[in-house]
Design a protein around this ligand. Structure first.
Ligand SMILES: [Zn+2]
Length: 110
């Protein structure tokens, strides 16, 4: 449960409170936010912007997406594949696993 007094003092809407509760569950490993696709989209855009700012062509093969909070894909193994199209994927990863892939097909994530 979130701090209700603080939520009232901050003027949070019911929607804000729901979003906060989802993120707490996510952080505690008890679920993933319904809007995790927005998080993933923002994360990818941020990676591409950083590549441009460093003077590189934006290239998703260099994205270290396995570092996003909540991703359960193997980190060290995937470091070796940076720069290629290959990645190790955890079946239960909320961003890259089986359920995620089924949803991504309908979410147009790129
Ligand atoms: Zn993952």
């Amino acid at each position: 449960m979130i701090n209700v007094e603080l939520a009232v003092a901050r003027g949070l809407s019911d929607e804000d409170i729901k979003a906060i509760e989802e993120r707490h569950k996510f952080r505690d490993g008890r679920g993933v936010p319904a809007d995790r696709w927005n998080l993933l989209r923002a994360w990818r855009a941020n990676e591409s912007e950083l590549q441009k700012l460093w003077g590189f062509q934006p290239n998703p093969h260099y994205h270290k997406e396995f570092r996003i909070a909540g991703c359960t894909c193997p980190k060290e193994d995937n470091e070796q594949f940076v720069g290629t199209e290959y990645r190790y994927v955890s079946k239960i990863c909320p961003f890259h696993g089986i359920e995620a892939n089924a949803e991504v097909d309908t979410k147009d994530i790129k």
